[in-house]
Design a protein around this ligand. Structure first.
Ligand SMILES: C[S@@+](CC[C@H](N)C(=O)[O-])C[C@H]1O[C@@H](n2cnc3c(N)ncnc32)[C@H](O)[C@@H]1O
Length: 189
């Protein structure tokens, strides 16, 4: 974090020198990733270059696959980072999603310096959802040392949550079967 603009500018300058450039961005580059920034920098520089965006697996679906199938219905992905987005807007989106019974995926949940957004989020979620609502917490999804926790909304803050953690809050229909989370689409039951 913090050097993306410089990296994007270097990438565009190199491309303008007719070099082939790969700009690597974790997960899916178009989901809170570098794709938007690179396109914006290219636009600002009026750089007429061919930019291909290669899709990847975003943390939401990587984490979901480790937990079972919690994202089988409508879901909302919300970043709790208030560095580039004001907290008031994050809270408005959070309240809308939880009120509409979306499954909710939380990105950028908590760091050493930034603990308040997750505490506030937890309180807001409990205003709308039962404390027994199922929650999945995945650290280092699909990487060495992956940690997978299935817990409840009431208990979720008792676990290690950091900036390589994705949290999935189930909706009112999410259930546990054979230790896997399922949000049913309604095929069978
Ligand atoms: C800015 S978002 C990155 C989005 C990225 N472009 C993507 O598609 O996953 C950063 C957040 O993604 C989540 N994340 C990234 N890598 C992860 C991993 N290996 N396991 C779990 N969550 C991860 C964390 O919530 C982290 O704070």
């Amino acid at each position: 974090m913090g050097q993306e603009i410089e990296r994007a500018e270097i990438a565009i300058i190199k491309a303008l020198e007719n070099k082939r450039v790969a700009f690597v961005s974790g997960g899916d580059p178009g989901v809170y990733g570098a794709a938007g920034l690179v396109l914006e920098v290219a636009g600002n520089k009026k750089a007429d270059i061919d930019i291909e965006i290669v899709p990847g697996v975003t943390s939401a679906t990587a984490a979901a696959s480790s937990l079972g199938a919690p994202l089988m219905v409508d879901f909302a992905v919300i970043s709790l980072s208030d560095i580039l987005t004001p907290w008031e807007l994050i809270e408005r989106r959070l309240r809308a999603a939880v009120d509409a019974d979306f499954v909710i995926v939380l990105y950028n949940p908590q760091s050493e310096e930034r603990k308040e957004p997750l505490l506030k989020t937890h309180k807001i979620l409990l205003e709308y959802r039962n404390p027994k609502t199922l929650v999945g917490i995945v650290r280092r999804a699909k990487r060495h040392g992956e940690e997978i926790i299935i817990t409840t909304l009431g208990e979720m803050l008792n676990y290690k949550i950091d900036m390589v953690t994705t949290i999935i809050i189930g909706n009112s229909t999410t259930y546990l079967s054979n230790n896997r989370l399922i949000t049913p689409r309604g095929y069978i039951f």
